[in-house]
Design a protein around this ligand. Structure first.
Ligand SMILES: [Zn+2]
Length: 492
């Protein structure tokens, strides 16, 4: 089904938002791709002369009049394991009950096949929204489950960073609610064995699918789940293999306060003291922070994946106690993450951009914070830097990997176009994404995936989601009565 790697001419687009160093937005522009790499960007007539004949003869041409081209989005924090739980978890639970009562039991029960079905659905959703690269370093249970996710990513054509989300501590309240057998499956008995599990992946491979999929050292993170030895050890593991490391931290005020009761400091300071911060570390959330900790992240080059959707749904306090504007002003690389469908709801990167551009304007009553252009950088260039893929993806320049998303900018929510970036961030959504290219491959064509049979992927996801919920006796606790056709009363 998939398109072969080869020559591709994106012809005469209305706009190409390059995200190059000068942040040029090129009007009436063509882009030529060959062998997975952007080879030529410029005036349509010139690129026609150089490439049109060859592309028509032995490649493909996208007629891009009425289209916008942007770099494919980089989603720096997702849980592909969560996709089959969509809608299952009530929206009145804070992080702890959300995880203990639903998310953890759900994750812990997935078979390898279900992990594949879940990840394939997640890839389909991301691609249709223009996301071309993602980070999922929370693949629990086994290397077999990780292989299943990697297989789904490979088939989808996406770019990804994958890792195990191991941990060596479990809060007593959670342990009491999770059966012994399940606990043994997901909890490592100590830091050494957790690190050995994370390393087992790196010993097998750090790069596959021609470099499109990479493995990182990773732990689940968060203070209640992680010993000091494990926080320090995962950085060293990443250093030894020359890869990145990733985990959750400072997710909530509760986490920060319980650590403070034990150590006298909040999570980022704790990591700094452990020597765990560094330029190859990507931290998710970083909500419960003190101003002095911004400098620790900046000085160490540590990156942050901010998940606005999860903050809103789980009530994390990102706008009340979070320091995203301070981190941006302080030179910290802050990128965007969708998190999971049950913790946030949407993998649409335009929604995440709109949220990050709006949340702090309102919270601080300062509309100068996080302009639309910054939100777009967070979804592209900054995401690439967070993934240690700076210089490879995140901008449209000759020599970069050809990861691109095209929008139809003639639809009602797009016109008139007085400023293309403002329209993209505040007005558009995934509906107007028409084409997506990853590594030079045309994986979404006219809104249709070429690498995934979406009907089959959806049918198998529905079946698996219902099966898991039944097996684990998880019910959605629907608030309103669900009335079947036979129960509807007729009044003549
Ligand atoms: Zn997460």
């Amino acid at each position: 089904m998939s398109e072969a790697y080869g020559r591709l001419l994106i012809r005469d687009a209305n706009y190409v938002v390059t995200l190059d160093d000068a942040r040029r937005i090129l009007q009436r522009c063509s882009v030529f791709v060959e062998g997975g790499v952007i080879r030529d960007v410029g005036a349509p007539a010139e690129l026609d002369t150089r490439h049109l004949e060859a592309c028509r003869a032995g490649g493909s041409v996208i007629e891009a009049a009425g289209r916008l081209v942007v770099p494919g989005y980089v989603d720096t924090h997702v849980h592909t394991f969560e996709h089959l739980s969509r809608g299952l978890i009530p929206d009145d639970l804070a992080t702890q009950d959300w995880a203990t009562l639903y998310a953890r039991p759900f994750y812990s029960g997935l078979t390898e096949e279900e992990a594949f079905v879940s990840a394939r659905l997640a890839c389909a959703e991301m691609l249709r929204g223009g996301t071309t690269c993602f980070v999922d370093t929370n693949i629990l249970l086994s290397l077999g489950h990780l292989d299943a996710v990697a297989q789904a990513v490979e088939e989808s054509g996406m770019r990804a960073i994958l890792g195990r989300g191991v941990f060596d501590r479990m809060p007593a309240a959670m342990a009491a609610r999770i059966p012994e057998e399940t606990r043994a499956r997901i909890l490592s008995p100590d830091a050494d064995r957790a690190l050995a599990e994370s390393e087992a992946l790196l010993r097998r491979w750090t790069v596959r699918a021609g470099g499109r999929i990479r493995a990182w050292a990773s732990i689940y993170g968060l203070c209640p789940y992680t010993s000091d030895e494990l926080f320090a050890g995962v950085r060293h593991l990443a250093d030894r293999y020359g890869v990145g490391a990733a985990f959750h931290i400072a997710s909530s005020l509760g986490e920060a306060r319980s650590l403070e009761a034990r150590t006298g400091v909040w999570p980022i300071t704790h990591l700094d003291r452990l020597g765990a911060l560094g330029p190859n570390l990507l931290l998710t959330h970083c909500t419960a922070m003190r101003e002095a900790e911004v400098e620790m992240l900046a000085r160490s080059g540590t990156k942050v994946a901010f998940c606005p959707g999860a903050a809103l749904r789980l009530g994390k306090g990102a706008t009340r106690i979070g320091l995203v504007p301070e981190m941006l002003a302080g030179g910290v690389t802050v990128a965007l993450g969708a998190d999971g469908v049950s913790s946030s709801g949407s993998f649409d990167m335009t929604r995440l951009m709109s949220l990050v551009a709006g949340l702090f304007k309102d919270a601080r009553m300062d509309p100068s914070l996080v302009p639309a252009e910054k939100a777009l950088e967070m979804a592209t260039r900054d995401g690439a830097r967070a993934c240690l893929l700076d210089g490879e993806i995140g901008s449209i320049e000759v020599g970069r990997c050809a990861d691109l998303a095209l929008y139809d900018v003639t639809t009602p929510e797009w016109v008139p176009v007085h400023d293309i970036v403002r329209n993209l961030v505040y007005c558009a959504d995934a509906r107007s994404v028409t084409d997506v290219i990853v590594d030079g491959r045309h994986v979404v064509r006219d809104g249709q995936l070429t690498t995934i049979d979406v009907k089959r992927a959806a049918a198998e996801a529905i079946e698996a989601g219902e099966r898991i919920a039944r097996r684990l006796e998880l019910t959605p606790r629907t608030r309103w009565p669900l009335v079947g056709p036979s129960s509807v009363e007729h009044h003549d």
